[in-house]
Design a protein around this ligand. Structure first.
Ligand code: AMP
Length: 205
């Protein structure tokens, strides 16, 4: 029992934030990373869409913001994340996708992980020019039927990203944890570049 507790407290858990504007390929690459490195994937966008689908009180509150291309309030998102981390205490690590999106969420996440004796090790920020983002999102809207992928909402989401979320990159840059990755090219090439950074910390599972 003592050995088990000791192992849990000191075994290495790797935590990554995959960062990038809407349409930067975060979803695809986080699925690739999750598979290869056996991390637990947490996407706040997916979790929120699940709640919207269930028409839960949280989902009903979140939907109005999502449909308008605005961020859901920090308190809603932070509560949701804390629950997900606690559900997976023996994870090899977590990959956060679409979170944190604001300075407040970043500060809350750092405190949450510190209380669990771990931290964010790396923030990999995928960078894609704005006209390419709009092109990709319009295509996704036409093929997936996502309600937030029309031209007006796309423009708002990209603007919101640059207005608020770049502050999160600056937060982790100041801690020496940010690496910028070129998000243009083949999915495979971008994945290889991301892997080179990740493997400074962990090897494929
Ligand atoms: P995504 O799938 O990550 O692009 O998220 C879709 C929408 O969900 C966003 O436009 C926001 O309205 C909402 N959302 C997702 N993650 C967050 C977050 N961390 N904070 C606030 N709102 C979020």
């Amino acid at each position: 029992m003592i050995i088990f507790v000791w192992f849990n407290a000191f075994s290495f858990m790797y935590n990554l934030i995959l960062f990038g504007p809407p349409g930067s390929g975060k979803g695809t690459q986080s699925a690739n990373i999750t598979r290869k490195y056996q991390l637990h994937h947490i996407s706040t966008g997916d979790l929120l869409r699940e709640e919207v689908g269930k028409k839960s009180p949280l989902g009903l509150e979140a939907q109005q913001y999502m449909d308008a291309g605005q961020l859901v309030p920090d308190a809603v998102v932070i509560g949701m994340i804390s629950g997900k981390i606690d559900e997976n205490p023996n994870a090899r690590g977590f990959i956060f996708d679409g979170f944190p999106r604001t300075q407040g969420q970043a500060v809350a996440l750092d405190a949450m992980l510190k209380a669990k004796h771990t931290e964010i090790h790396q923030v990999l920020a995928m960078e894609v020019p704005e006209e390419e983002l709009v092109k990709r999102l319009l295509h996704r809207g036409a093929t997936s039927g996502r309600s937030d992928d029309n031209e007006e909402v796309i423009a708002k989401r990209i603007k919101e990203y640059y207005a608020k979320t770049e502050a999160v990159a600056a937060h982790y840059d100041a801690l020496g944890k940010l690496e910028r990755i070129k998000g243009i090219g083949s999915i495979e090439d971008i994945f290889n570049t991301l892997g080179k950074s990740i493997e400074k910390y962990i090897q494929p599972a």
